[in-house]
Design a protein around this ligand. Structure first.
Ligand SMILES: Cc1cc2nc3c(=O)[nH]c(=O)nc-3n(C[C@H](O)[C@H](O)[C@H](O)COP(=O)(O)OP(=O)(O)OC[C@H]3O[C@@H](n4cnc5c(N)ncnc54)[C@H](O)[C@@H]3O)c2cc1C
Length: 600
């Protein structure tokens, strides 16, 4: 096995919005930074974000961060930490202005200000009327954001410090004897061979992980490797049961139709042509938060009012907005609907269904991007370890994320992780505890090298990976969907254990070391099995309904017993151990928003 070793100050795993935001700041601090990514940075999934990024800029109508904060707390179904939510919503306008100064080409109002659109769950004056808070670049906001950040890392004062390793697959987080990170072991996908990145600080920014569901909006690379590598290193995953189903994935394929369509005046109809959201959210209709709209849709389908031969989806109508408006504000949506289902949405409605989209939980962090573990109920940062973006959980989104709060999350957590990693290295001057000659591949990457040798030299295996992949997606879609119930969740736990047994008999049929996609799929599948197990175990234990986690057998929210975060540990024998930690109800300066019934 070809093995290379390199030393950096910081290694960032993931080159999406979060990873690049972090790289901008470690680069500005002149720290030698490696950014490793399974794909070229601008192919990361942030590129597909459509609708926008929230900030109370008040460009369209009166707005304040405290209104944004209230909406986010309510959207989280009161399980988001209120100090974190204040931090993000208060800092949002500054983050947008910084992006604008860096050249992000926002759509403009007639006055030349950043254009802002309505989005689900975003209101003015604590629920009184709909807010226009999502700062948009037509329906290509993520594309513009990712390119702006990437360009920033190419500036002459930053570029010399940031080295990109595209098409490298992270396989292990190395921790030293004192439980501090020492770097990352990766597979060089193009040339074959192991690459060990030693570093004083590691930042995970590996994005989402809903590829374990049959219909999902995620890219192939979003397989939860950040969760898996941290969980294997003993770090718990926070709130893994909260998987967001976006109301409007294109029927059968899953590609996302942004909530921005409803923000601009589109609406959902059932087989009777009825605008059914008036039953489920009488005040804001289609602009309720995502969990509410997805449940409304799933109820319509369950009660026989779905459309199509199988009555298993609904329709999103936007033709009434007019062709000129659609082509100006939603051109990417027109293209997606036309290319994927042959619908010209200036004339006909788009077939849609709730689709696995986003993960509210993740690697536990504080708002500085530091990964935390717990001593009793006290959060304790792990020096040198950070996480940002969708793979992380600073408790901004709680049980349900509001649309356009994720780009906000990644811009701020990326910056915080980058800055705090820099501060740690420059101020605390960490050293590795052993002499340099001790840092050899044999010691820190032996398990990875042995595993790879076993795969390359071993049998082709009696089980085909596809069997597990396909089945996993169907069963997760069935048992861990918008509606969940004890029998289904118990069954899913058994099914996942069965997949792990089968996985032992999976081998590689392709033994080549150069761009071996079968090898990548092997580790993707292993990761998604762990992710599925963490999610399902936590969902089975939470006997209430909150946000995206809806239990048919426990349909009410139960604040007395369940106003708490899950922390899920992956044990060495593959089992999951669950613990619970308090929600921080006290904001930094604002008054607490106490739990109320969520009505939209
Ligand atoms: C279609 C769509 C539309 C959306 N629209 C919006 C929106 O309008 N507003 C909003 O706020 N949010 C939106 N979201 C959510 C938001 O876009 C994502 O949550 C966010 O972009 C995730 O960014 P990230 O940097 O955390 O991860 P990503 O951009 O997904 O990047 C992950 C990175 O990790 C790397 N990686 C993964 N695994 C490995 C591995 N094993 N080894 C090495 N590297 C690895 C990948 O190569 C990639 O570089 C949307 C999401 C989707 C799917």
């Amino acid at each position: 096995m070809d093995v290379r070793l390199e030393e950096f100050d910081v290694v960032i795993v993931g080159a999406g919005g979060a990873g690049l935001a972090a790289a901008v700041h470690t680069g500005m601090a002149k720290l030698k930074t490696a950014v490793i990514s399974e794909v070229f940075p601008t192919r990361s999934h942030t590129v597909s974000a459509q609708g926008g990024i929230n900030a109370a800029l008040a460009n369209m109508d009166e707005d304040y961060w405290i209104w944004h904060m209230y909406d986010t707390v309510k959207g989280s179904d009161y399980i988001g930490d209120q100090d974190a939510i204040e931090f993000f919503t208060k800092n949002a306008p500054k983050a947008i202005i910084e992006l604008e100064h860096w050249g992000m080409p926002f759509s403009r109002t007639e006055k030349g200000q950043v254009y802002q659109r309505a989005f689900g769950g975003q209101t003015r004056n604590f629920g009184e009327s709909i807010a226009h808070r999502a700062c948009a670049v037509a329906d290509r906001s993520g594309h513009a954001l990712l390119h702006t950040l990437f360009e920033r890392t190419l500036r002459p004062d930053i570029a010399p410090y940031v080295s990109y390793y595209s098409e490298y697959y992270a396989l292990k987080l190395m921790m030293d004897e004192n439980n501090k990170p020492m770097g990352v072991v990766a597979w060089d996908m193009v040339n074959g061979g192991i690459h060990i990145f030693f570093a004083y600080a590691v930042i995970f920014a590996t994005g989402g992980n809903t590829r374990n569901f049959r219909t999902n909006t995620n890219a192939h690379v979003n397989t939860g490797i950040g969760w898996t590598l941290c969980a294997k290193a003993g770090i718990p995953i926070k709130d893994p049961e909260f998987v967001q189903f976006h109301p409007t994935g294109i029927y059968g394929v899953g590609n996302l139709i942004t909530e921005g369509v409803r923000g601009e005046g589109g609406y959902l109809i059932n087989a009777n042509g009825e605008r059914f959201m008036k039953k489920y959210a009488p005040h804001v209709l289609d602009l309720a938060s995502r969990d509410v709209v997805s449940r409304g849709m799933a109820t319509e389908i369950r009660e026989g009012r779905g459309v199509g031969p199988k009555k298993d989806h609904l329709l999103l109508k936007l033709d009434h907005l007019g062709k000129d408006f659609i082509m100006d504000k939603l051109p990417g949506i027109w293209e997606l609907a036309y290319k994927f289902v042959g619908v010209d949405c200036t004339k006909d409605p788009i077939p849609v269904q709730p689709t696995a989209h986003y993960h509210m939980g993740g690697i536990p962090t504080n708002v500085k991007g530091e990964v935390v573990v717990w001593e009793g109920d006290k959060e304790v940062p792990i020096p040198g370890l950070y996480a940002a973006g969708e793979c992380a959980c600073p408790s901004l989104h709680g049980a349900n994320r509001l649309g356009c709060n994720s780009l906000l999350d990644l811009v701020i957590t990326g910056k915080e992780a980058g800055n705090n990693a820099a501060k740690y290295i420059l101020e605390e001057k960490p050293v590795f505890p052993n002499p340099p000659e001790d840092y050899v591949a044999d010691k820190y990457a032996k398990d990875v090298i042995d595993k790879l040798n076993e795969l390359f030299d071993g049998p082709e295996g009696s089980v085909k990976m596809d069997e597990i992949w396909e089945d996993l997606r169907d069963t997760m879609q069935h048992n861990m969907s918008v509606f969940r119930i004890e029998e289904g969740l118990k069954e899913q736990m058994k099914i996942i254990d069965g997949y792990f047994e089968k996985f032992k008999n999976v081998g590689l049929t392709d033994k080549s070391k150069v761009f071996n996609t079968e090898l990548v799929e092997y580790f993707d599948l292993e990761s998604l099995l762990y992710v599925s197990k963490l999610e399902t175990a936590a969902a089975l234990n939470r006997t209430e309904s909150r946000g995206a986690h809806y239990r048919d057998d426990y349909p009410e929210r139960d604040d007395e017993n369940w106003l708490k975060h899950t922390v899920a540990y992956l044990k060495e024998d593959g089992s999951v151990e669950l613990d619970y930690k308090p929600v921080r109800m006290k904001p930094l300066t604002a008054p607490t928003f106490p739990p109320k019934k969520r009505v939209y």
